[in-house]
Design a protein around this ligand. Structure first.
Ligand SMILES: [Zn+2]
Length: 375
């Protein structure tokens, strides 16, 4: 009898091992769950059932977006691939973004299954690895770069900064946008520090611990308030965030609120990158009252972050110089077309003139070049 029980126990262990292996194989695409489609060289507006981009390209025909294909030229970094970040990554993948860089150090857990995106068979895998597999299968045209580490350690922070500066669609160029989808202040402040130093435009997102409110925020260093300009209560009072969390108590989360926040975040990203509609600097979501407050916040001249203050100075100079340039053009009765003729020799200047007002904090050198054409 004892022998039989032992044999049975061994067999159960064997089968458990095989099951774990099979789950891992399937999660990584070795199983029949794979499939997917071949890569598509050029986005086409052709209306056929086999074209994954026909509905997106229809935005051009409807007069919403003038150049939808441009989405393939952008690289977006997502920090935190949890309830908001994973859905954000999926939406951008389905929209045909050029490149996604994913940063997260967590593993998929069954406790995450109340949210969208991850599936039970992926439990135990790293979030970035599992996400990359799923996303690549949905859209193989997107380039992926994943980093399974915590950005807040000194060593990883340097690497993180390096990938933001050089991990664009073309190696050596910076990414176009950083999205913060993390769940703690320490990681948010780390992203804030990096973006202030690099002059990198980013968007922050968050969902409250009681799961019924959230927000998104666009941060253009020097132009709008950074995360340190208006510190949240916990940071301002210098309270250790970890002391707020008690053993056996966790934050609440709902797939609905997280889905809404991911939706308004990606909507803002698309409007920002593809230049349509009004881009929000801050958009809140209160699920209890169905209230969506908006506002914009000026940076704090006394911000604790030295690089934020530096970006504010640069931005001020930029605005003043742009005003000078505009007055000069009006005084000389110079039309936009003539201004373009001056600039057409130099692609940088042309780019500046097209995007000056939104990107001007990081385009100081170009502005000086533009001005040197006039004086
Ligand atoms: Zn600041």
């Amino acid at each position: 009898m004892a022998e039989a029980v032992e044999r049975l126990q061994q067999r159960v262990e064997e089968l458990e091992r095989e099951l774990a292996q099979e789950r891992r194989r399937r999660a990584l695409g070795g199983g029949d769950g794979g499939g997917g489609r071949a890569r598509i060289e050029k986005m086409s507006p052709e209306v056929v059932d086999s074209n994954p981009y026909s509905r997106l390209m229809a935005l051009k025909r409807m007069g919403i977006v003038s150049d939808y294909e441009k989405i393939r030229t952008f690289a977006v970094a997502i920090v935190g691939v949890g309830g908001v970040g994973s859905v954000t990554a999926e939406m951008l993948t389905r929209c045909g973004i050029g490149k996604l860089l994913l940063f997260d150090y967590d593993k998929v857990e069954l406790a995450n299954m109340n949210r969208l995106f991850f599936q039970p068979h992926q439990a135990g895998l790293s979030k970035v690895q599992a996400a990359e597999h799923t996303l690549r299968n949905i859209n193989p045209d997107v380039l992926f770069e994943v980093h399974n580490y915590n950005i807040t350690t000194v060593e990883n922070f340097q690497h993180f900064m390096d990938r933001i500066s050089n991990g664009g669609l073309e190696e050596g160029k910076s990414v176009d946008l950083v999205l913060s989808c993390v769940d703690n202040f320490e990681a948010r402040m780390t992203i804030n520090t990096a973006c202030n130093e690099l002059g990198q435009i980013w968007m922050e997102s968050g969902v409250s611990e009681n799961a019924v409110s959230g927000h998104i925020q666009l941060i253009i260093p020097g132009e709008s308030a950074c995360f340190a300009c208006a510190p949240p209560l916990v940071v301002a009072a210098n309270i250790d965030e970890k002391t707020l969390k008690r053993e056996g108590v966790c934050a609440a989360s709902l797939p609905t609120t997280m889905g809404v926040v991911a939706g308004i975040l990606v909507q803002n990203v698309l409007k920002f990158l593809l230049n349509f509609g009004t881009v929000s600097f801050y958009l809140g979501y209160n699920a209890m009252q169905d209230f969506f407050p908006t506002m914009s916040m000026k940076p704090n001249p006394q911000c604790d972050d030295r690089n934020c203050r530096k970006q504010q100075e640069e931005y001020k100079v930029c605005v003043n110089l742009s005003e000078c340039m505009r007055s000069y053009c009006i005084g000389q009765k110079l039309k936009k077309e003539q201004l373009f003729r001056f600039a057409v020799q130099d692609k940088w200047i042309l780019d500046f003139l097209k995007f000056s007002f939104i990107h001007c904090a990081s385009k100081m050198k170009i502005l000086f070049k533009v001005l040197s054409c006039f004086w």
